[in-house]
Write a protein that binds this ligand. Structure first.
Ligand code: FES
Length: 338
């Protein structure tokens, strides 16, 4: 059974900064199990905005007993973020898909180093609360923003810093003061740290810089966890669709039914399934959020990039259908095997 949207009521709205709100949802008893989540996961929201079906994913910023909450910063021209930040009201209802995502804290054994920039703090904040509650002994949060008034969760982070002063170090970097999380700075921040797990979330330039700094510091790739908020388009590899013949004849399996689809030139597998109206889950449509994940049961498929899936998932045959095209005849994909 594929994931479905559920109509949830907004029960809390909190303005975190001039451009950011946190949105808490009322979860009815019959959906409580489905909306259980791990710190670091995200929700996909759907709304009709000016007649258009708009879907976007937002990271969960709550943890534990707190009401399920995502936080959203308005982006220039962003249809969903403008709607959520400027128009959504208490008691309104939003279509919400159950939690997804692999940017989660698998172990609390090791020291933890968290890098965030801007709204990238959202999943990091949830992970931070879990780590403090469940046992990481040594936690560092390095958080970059343009200016002090853009720091999201500022007061809450300060309160945690005071409460857990023996285990938590927080350092802010403000670009208005000339402070940046560049590779050199990252190298100096981690130079004397014991073996740690690293989590990074922010804009792609910041992620690239932090990753570069960690790699230069010889941090093993297996210790680095990354969450992209936007598609790193510059690294995309073009996949040519073979525009004719059997290669474009695919079969898509969803909710126990098999559908034959002839992809049009340039179409991704997700485009094709949406065109014939079978509506598998999706959100970002740019290979980041993993909502559109499905499994290749036969045939060959190539992705334009892979920033969302783990290596083990790719090896098991999972793909992101929004950026995947068939490269052989006989492709069968399934959302029922996810
Ligand atoms: S819809 Fe987000 S990765 Fe495909």
């Amino acid at each position: 059974m594929s994931l479905q949207f559920h109509n949830l009521q907004v029960k809390e709205l909190k303005r975190e900064t001039a451009k950011t709100v946190s949105i808490g949802f009322q979860i009815p008893d019959n959906l409580k199990a489905e909306f259980q989540y791990e710190a670091g996961q995200y929700l996909t929201l759907k709304a009709m905005i000016n007649g258009e079906d708009v879907r976007r994913s937002y990271s969960i910023s709550s943890y534990g007993d707190e009401a399920l909450q995502v936080s959203c910063k308005v982006v220039d021209g962003g249809k969903m973020s403008t709607f959520l930040v400027n128009e959504l009201g208490l008691g309104d209802r939003v279509e919400v898909m159950p939690p997804m995502g692999n940017f989660t804290l698998k172990t609390v054994k090791h020291p933890l180093v968290l890098f965030a920039a801007g709204s990238g703090i959202t999943p990091i904040f949830s992970i931070l609360k879990k780590a403090l509650k469940e046992g990481n002994s040594d936690i560092k949060l390095f958080y970059g923003n343009r200016s002090e008034d853009e720091i999201i969760f500022k007061a809450a982070i300060e309160a945690l810093k005071v409460q857990f002063s023996d285990r938590l170090l927080v350092q802010h970097f403000l670009s208005s003061d000339g402070e940046r999380l560049d590779a050199q700075r990252v190298q100096s921040l981690v130079s004397n740290l014991p073996e740690s797990n690293y989590f990074i979330c922010g804009p792609k330039g910041m992620i690239a810089a932090v990753k570069d700094g960690l790699e230069k510091s010889k941090v093993p790739a297996s210790h680095i966890n990354i969450e992209y908020f936007a598609s790193p388009k510059t690294d995309k590899k073009a996949v040519e669709t073979v525009a004719s013949g059997e290669v474009n004849e695919i079969i898509a399996e969803l909710d126990g039914e098999r559908h034959s689809i002839t992809l049009e030139p340039g179409e991704t597998i997700l485009d094709g399934t949406n065109r014939i109206g079978i509506d598998p889950p999706f959100s970002c449509q740019s290979g980041v959020c993993t909502t559109c994940k499905c499994k290749v049961l036969s045939g060959e498929v190539e992705m334009e990039n892979n920033f969302g899936l783990g290596e083990d998932e790719a090896e098991e045959g999972f793909i992101l259908s929004c950026i995947s095209k068939p490269t052989s005849a006989g492709v069968v994909v399934s959302w029922d095997e996810v």
